[in-house]
Design a protein. Structure first.
Length: 168
């Protein structure tokens, strides 16, 4: 009986690990992990994208842009506090990914801004985009769409505190 349980447990591990492995995209030394976005309300023209970008190489690389089937443009943005206010700004020159390091794209921090949405994003959707790096080239990525209030990939839904005095 224990052999059957061990086999069942091993099968469970294989099948539950597969979705995690599927959320990793690679080009050269760049690895994009767990890309996700949030569902958008009807009529929204923008959405944000989050992920972790790792650079396993000995040389820094730079995320310089991208494109998406579901949006007119992809921009790299940064959120920061200034004088007690949350500010968002575009990084038109891109964002450096340090050698043997990583950058996390998350709510209230670095993120991708998908502008000119061609369709609403719905929870459960998987939407395709391409990210362009200075050295690694283009990485094809698939963003998993979570719920409106999600704060992490896979539906981690902790309500977010409102951003005091957000200015764009």
């Amino acid at each position: 009986m224990s052999l059957i349980r061990a086999a069942a447990f091993a099968a469970l591990l294989v099948f539950t690990a597969a979705p995690v492995l599927a959320q990793e995209f690679k080009a050269g030394d760049i690895i994009v992990e767990k890309p996700w976005s949030r569902a958008t309300p009807k009529g929204a023209t923008v959405a944000a994208g989050y992920m972790v970008v790792r650079n396993s190489g000995a040389t820094a690389d730079k995320l310089v842009g991208g494109s998406a089937d579901f949006a007119g443009a992809v921009q790299i943005h940064e959120m920061s506090m200034s004088g007690g206010f949350m500010k968002m700004r575009e990084l038109p020159s891109g964002l450096e990914i340090p050698a043997n390091g990583q950058v996390e794209f998350s709510p209230k921090a670095y993120h991708l801004m998908f502008t000119g949405l061609k369709q609403p994003l719905k929870k459960g959707d998987k939407v395709k985009a391409s990210l362009t790096f200075e050295h690694a080239g283009t990485v094809a990525v698939e963003f998993q769409v979570g719920g409106l209030g999600d704060t992490g990939p896979g539906g981690a839904a902790k309500p977010q505190a409102p951003m005091k005095g957000m200015q764009m």
